[in-house]
Design a protein. Structure first.
Length: 441
């Protein structure tokens, strides 16, 4: 019997790879870029590709678009990996491209995960992009503003790819069931309800959706007539916990905390709890959220409800004591309290305004009358002369000016008049009017 060698075996190719579109007409999603008459489609069909960055979450078609360009263009197409390539490999490709340019041949260099290149590696591309030796196409899941050199990104057009819709994912899944490259040659019994669950589970990631479908079919129930049935029990086994798109150090981290903060600021308790849940279910550190809620209590509620800060600090202490998952209810209480509390950013505005003067104006001397005089020499020099001790007066305050002369009369704190700060507004107006009248006497 002839022995089969390793090279005689059929190489397994994942479903997502087998079904990868080869033309722009097969491509699903990103209609704002590749729909009829849209900018990227026009560039591809006219073979007038310029340097670009394809930015979007995983599984939305960045690499697929690059491969469609490779299949369409008459230019030399070089596929580059930011994971395995160093500066030496970059320079070799760049030099070859520069040589080809002199013979009238264009080179397109595709760099997957370009955000993984460090500054020096990215800089190696820059002179060749500048003089047109190469057309650079970079794909990234990270915000280019933070991860790609500003000089390089200024020479590239950024195309933002959006998360695929449920309808997009459903189209891809149904195509895989009818396409001979997928399961078109098999008898598959799978309901639309199960396909919809796969769509939701995939979180807008086509690659994840196809991988999930492939696993389900591999583990489906095969009947005597050769029909393979995927059941609710099959999908329940592999979708028990949905994986969220989240990176504690990436842009989505900041997007979600921003959403939480702005929902509380806008007095929207339902949205605030949703964004809190998104962060906690994604594995965010509860102490990080607690610290941000504590900041919010002073920045956006302030003296409109001084109890907000107490609630936030108590929630922080609770998170420290018992951790997740039990502290989720403490954070929920704090977040709801902040969302429902009257709002005032007067404390924040007061500090920022004072800080601006502190930074930008000359360092004004402390007025002599409010300086301390712990030594005889300091008393002889006039330290403390004219100081008025507030408790000695009926109103428990005096008309004495405590700001430097150059800033006399400046107002930093302007109460918003919300919640408890109504009383603050009345009080501060009374104090200012009273002092003005005393000084005018």
């Amino acid at each position: 019997m002839e022995q089969m060698s390793l090279f005689d075996r059929e190489v397994y190719e994942p479903l997502a790879a087998r079904l990868r579109p080869r033309t722009i007409d097969e491509y699903v999603g990103q209609e704002h870029l590749v729909g009829p008459g849209k900018p990227l489609r026009n560039l591809i069909e006219s073979d007038k590709i310029s340097s670009m960055i394809l930015w979007g979450p995983p599984g939305v078609g960045k690499t697929t678009l690059a491969r469609i360009i490779a299949n369409t263009t008459k230019a030399e197409f070089v596929n580059f990996s930011a994971v395995t390539s160093g500066i030496k490999e970059i320079r070799k490709v760049m030099e070859d491209a520069d040589t080809n340019r002199h013979y009238g041949k264009k080179t397109i260099v595709f760099v997957d995960e370009i955000h993984r290149f460090n500054k020096a590696q990215q800089d190696a591309f820059l002179p060749y992009v500048e003089k047109g030796a190469i057309v650079l196409i970079g794909a990234t899941t990270e915000n280019p503003s933070f991860e790609i050199n500003s000089a390089l990104i200024s020479r590239c057009r950024v195309f933002v790819l959006k998360e695929l819709t449920l309808a997009n994912i459903m189209t891809i899944l149904k195509s895989s069931l009818s396409n001979p490259k997928g399961f078109g040659n098999q008898k598959i019994n799978i309901s639309d309800d199960i396909l919809n669950k796969i769509c939701i589970f995939s979180n807008g990631d086509a690659r994840s959706a196809l991988s999930t479908l492939e696993i389900l079919i591999e583990n489906g129930d095969l009947s005597s007539d050769g029909t393979l049935t995927v059941t609710d029990e099959n999908i329940a086994e592999i979708t028990q916990k949905r994986s969220f798109l989240y990176d504690k150090n990436g842009e989505e981290h900041y997007n979600l905390i921003s959403a939480l903060h702005k929902s509380m600021r806008n007095s929207d308790p339902d949205a605030a709890v949703y964004w809190l849940a998104r962060m906690l279910e994604s594995g965010e550190d509860p102490m990080y959220i607690a610290r941000r809620v504590t900041r919010f209590a002073a920045e956006d509620v302030g003296l409109a409800d001084p109890r907000a800060l107490q609630v936030a600090v108590s929630a922080t202490e609770a998170c420290h004591l018992i951790g997740m998952p039990e502290c989720n209810v403490h954070l929920t209480e704090a977040v709801l309290y902040m969302a429902l509390a009257p709002k005032s950013n007067a404390c924040e505005v007061a500090y920022l305004s004072a800080a601006k003067d502190a930074r930008e104006r000359p360092d004004e001397p402390v007025p002599m009358h409010i300086r301390n005089a712990p030594t005889g020499l300091m008393k002889d020099l006039g330290y403390g002369n004219g100081y008025q001790y507030a408790h000695d007066y009926a109103e428990k305050m005096t008309e004495m000016e405590c700001l430097p002369d150059a800033l006399a009369g400046t107002h930093y704190y302007e109460p918003a008049g919300q919640g408890d700060e109504k009383a603050c507004l009345e009080r501060v107006n009374y104090i200012r009017q009273w002092k003005k009248e005393k000084r005018d006497e």
